[in-house]
Design a protein around this ligand. Structure first.
Ligand code: ASP
Length: 483
């Protein structure tokens, strides 16, 4: 009896978790031999999971985005069709991402994970720390840290920011913290110029070879190339067939990679669990529960949209994209999952390749519902814990909530489709409401875990987008309905 691929992937995930728990226990044993075995095993797991499997997926995504968009655009009957697909896709992305953020905000404000007992402990520890900081500052500067009416002085706050920025993260967190610090102190104009305009116009060879690839630049160049091929017509025939051929070939490579995915996914899972163990959830349990609860509700919204507008019933939807869903969950990268997302939606859900080849690469790059939801929840959670302390003079007014909504949508668009990307763009949301970024490391510990949920939701959102646009355009494209 042949076991189906999606069942094998599931078995791989469960086996990975069990092996990971075993290794985690082994790594904590006082016996040095046990620890050495654990380190050795982790090396092999890293080799087969992140290095080989994710490396191979990443190897093919840059040429795949280029080839799929050019072949998608050039297979459309005319420019009018491209415009119709384009605006419907973007309208869908904007609506679903906004819904995701609203769900996250409503949940975090009503549950209040930052006000639960475990969070109060964190806050109390911080209050004690700040007390010590104040003393240190007063001794060093020879003047009070707070003004007569109890407001922290600007000089004290500047000193505090410097001290915290330098000392807070531990060694293994320093790299991530540096990324956060690098993203701070930029105006909206800088972000627009450096993160949107410049990448769009980057030399395409540079975009393809960057690590991670510059997806925005590749998409823009591919659109230009595809539109130009349509305008030039017959003389561009060879260019068009080259990209259509390249697209078909890369999809074939994707199937080869999918066949080794159960084993690789087991390795990635085992490595993650072995490193983090179950104990990280103690302090951040309510926070994780709020993010996951929001994601479950948003998945319900997406499934409803797929059924009502896209005409695809929930069971059929999940059966169609289960491989992509599980690969996204484990690799934590929408970009690495993209080849499988295209294969699943076109082969199992009857989405026309004309729509899928265009909308899925775009969606993997800019449409991140899970990330947007998570960013809003995370920032409000931190404000709930630390709000009102010396350096966090934020009150959750309607204006602050609105700012968080807008910046969470923008930050999700700007996040790269790679693991941990959402954590870095969260700086935009935190800075908008003046939450110092040195508070963000509190949630580092559970970020990889939550990244699994947000990435799989991102991929689900992209797939539902392709299904919806396919249904709306099917009369013109002449492709079968999704259901
Ligand atoms: N890992 C996510 C993705 O690839 C982005 C994020 O970190 O939220 O879709």
């Amino acid at each position: 009896m042949r076991i189906k691929l999606h069942n094998l992937i599931f078995i791989g995930m469960v086996a990975g978790v069990l092996i990971g728990l075993g290794l985690w226990a082994l790594g904590r044993s006082p016996d040095e031999t046990h620890q050495a075995v654990c380190t050795h095993m982790l090396w092999w797991l890293d080799l087969f999971g992140p290095t080989v499997f994710m490396g191979a997926l990443k190897m093919i995504i840059a040429p795949l985005i280029l080839a799929s968009i050019v072949s998608g655009v050039t297979s459309l009957p005319d420019m009018k069709e491209l415009g119709a697909i384009g605006w419907k896709t973007l309208a869908y992305y904007f609506c679903t991402t906004s819904i995701a953020v609203v769900i996250g905000l409503v949940l975090v404000l009503s549950i209040g994970p930052g006000k639960k007992a475990a969070s109060l402990e964190v806050r109390n520890r911080r209050v004690a720390e700040l007390e010590a900081r104040r003393q240190a500052y007063q001794e060093m500067a020879g003047r009070p840290a707070l003004s007569d009416d109890g407001v922290p002085t600007a000089d004290y706050l500047a000193w505090l920011a410097q001290e915290e920025g330098e000392q807070r993260p531990g060694d293994d967190e320093a790299g991530r913290f540096e990324k956060l610090a690098g993203a701070r102190d930029r105006t909206a104009g800088d972000i627009f110029k450096d993160d949107i305009v410049s990448p769009l116009l980057m030399n395409p060879f540079q975009s393809l070879s960057a690590n991670p690839p510059n997806s925005l630049g590749i998409i823009f160049f591919a659109l230009l190339l595809g539109i130009a091929c349509m305008v030039v017509g017959k003389r561009a025939g060879h260019v068009v067939s080259f990209f259509q051929g390249l697209n078909a070939v890369i999809m074939h490579v994707t199937h080869w990679l999918m066949s080794i995915s159960p084993f690789a996914i087991g390795c990635i899972m085992a490595g993650l669990v072995a490193r983090n163990g179950p104990e990280i959830f103690q302090t951040l349990g309510w926070y994780c529960g709020t993010v996951i609860g929001g994601i479950v509700i948003h998945v319900g919204v997406l499934v409803t949209i797929a059924a009502v507008i896209g005409g695809v019933r929930p069971l059929r939807l999940f059966q169609g994209i289960r491989e992509a869903y599980m690969i996204a969950f484990t690799t934590r990268s929408s970009a690495a999952t993209l080849p499988v997302t295209i294969a699943n939606t076109t082969e199992k859900l009857n989405v026309s390749p004309k729509v899928a080849n265009f909308s899925l690469p775009l969606g993997a790059t800019v449409n991140m519902d899970g990330t947007a939801l998570y960013e809003g929840v995370a920032v409000i959670f931190l404000i709930q814990i630390y709000g009102g302390l010396d350096d966090v003079s934020i009150t959750m007014t309607a204006m602050a909530t609105f700012l968080i909504f807008i910046t969470a949508v923008l930050a999700s668009v700007g996040a790269a489709a790679v693991p941990d990307a959402g954590l870095v763009t969260m700086v935009l949301v935190a800075s908008a409401v003046h939450l110092p970024i040195y508070y963000i490391p509190l949630i580092f510990a559970v970020d990889a875990f939550l990244d699994m949920f947000r990435t799989s939701t991102n991929v689900l959102g992209d797939s539902v987008g392709a299904i919806v646009v396919n249904r709306l355009e099917r009369s013109r494209l002449g492709s079968p309905a999704g259901a």
